[in-house]
Ligand binder design. Structure first.
Ligand SMILES: [Zn+2]
Length: 74
């Protein structure tokens, strides 16, 4: 049976995961985002709206507002 892992991802990192476009990533976050993108083959599945602060699981920056949910089957 497949299990699905969900990740909360910010707008900027969603562009990386969907389009492989790193141009919007801050240089201090680049290593984190590259490590996440190379380690996780994920699929965009929807919007993320936790109504508060949350941490992007790719760049590890604190976010406020909406983001994106990506899923990985393992
Ligand atoms: Zn991010």
């Amino acid at each position: 049976m497949l299990t699905t892992t969900e990740y909360a991802i910010c707008d900027t990192c969603a562009v990386v995961l969907v389009n492989d476009d790193y141009s919007g990533i801050d240089s201090e976050d680049l290593a984190n985002v590259e490590a996440f993108a190379s380690a996780h083959l994920v699929t965009h599945t929807g919007e993320y709206d936790p109504a508060g602060y949350w941490t992007c699981e790719a760049c590890e920056s604190v976010q406020i507002g909406t983001g994106h949910i990506f899923e990985m089957e393992a």
